[in-house]
Write a protein that binds this ligand. Structure first.
Ligand SMILES: [Zn+2]
Length: 77
């Protein structure tokens, strides 16, 4: 019984951790697909304008006024 309880606690911590990771939507200038980039990655690559998305794709940030075609299925999923 004690084991079950501690396992549930681990799951709760995991969910809380995931919520702590903030992601930014970055529209790729070439494909206009909106990829998700972690805040950490965005900060690290801001000066290059090129980011590594959740799905592993290199994203060349489009201008903020650029209309996106939609979110990347791999990043969202
Ligand atoms: Zn993506």
């Amino acid at each position: 019984m004690a084991g079950r309880h501690s396992k549930r606690s681990d799951v709760d911590v995991g969910i809380a951790r995931q919520r702590g990771v903030r992601r930014l939507g970055v529209i790729d200038a070439r494909t206009r697909v909106e990829h998700l980039v972690s805040e950490q990655s965005a900060a690290a690559h801001r000066h290059t304008g090129c980011y590594v998305a959740q799905c592993g794709a290199m994203v060349l940030a489009a201008s903020l006024t650029e209309p996106g075609r939609g979110p990347c299925a791999e990043c969202v999923g």
